[in-house]
Design a protein around this ligand. Structure first.
Ligand code: FES
Length: 161
């Protein structure tokens, strides 16, 4: 058994070789989502590897292409659905913010300040900054997000894991 540490979670998690980081994050109740169904096509399972990059499977060509689209990508970025555990000592951090699934999800928040940055689910850029008031006009401006999500989901249907 190996241990995985997730910033913000109190205790390290016991993990098995060859399981995906995403599986453990999901089991731990992390806010991380998987908008593309774990196909390596979105930003919603993006994590930063603080320690233990050599204990994770190598970046695949598809993951590399998707990471290149992320506006908040760093040298230690990985997609948790593509990253398999290979060794001990992995410490990861989930980027701060809430990924939008569809713009209608914001309707119930109109008139309120964003309690965390609202992020684009495909490229991770900030759609609404922390503390900004969410307005109907801003939601209308974000219509392209729904189109991007639809395209990404259609692409995800054409490829295997
Ligand atoms: S769930 Fe979409 S890239 Fe990992």
């Amino acid at each position: 058994m190996k241990q995985l540490t997730v910033a913000g979670l109190a205790d390290p998690i016991e993990v098995k070789t060859n399981r995906r980081l995403l599986d453990y994050l999901t089991e731990q109740g992390s806010s991380i989502t998987s908008a593309c169904g774990g196909k390596g096509l979105c930003a919603t399972c993006h994590v930063y590897v603080i320690d233990g990059m050599s204990s994770i499977s190598k970046v695949t060509p598809r993951e590399r292409r998707s990471l290149a689209m992320l506006t908040n990508c760093r040298p230690n970025s990985r997609l948790a659905c593509q990253a398999k555990i290979k060794g001990p000592g992995i410490h990861i951090e989930v980027p701060h913010g809430r990924y939008l699934s569809q713009t209608s999800d914001l309707e119930s928040l109109v008139g309120r300040r964003a309690e965390q940055p609202i992020l684009h689910p495909v490229d991770g850029h900030v759609l609404i900054q922390l503390g900004k008031i969410i307005t109907r006009s801003r939601i209308r401006q974000l219509a392209q997000v729904d189109i991007d999500v639809l395209e990404m989901r259609q692409r995800s249907l054409t490829i295997g894991k």
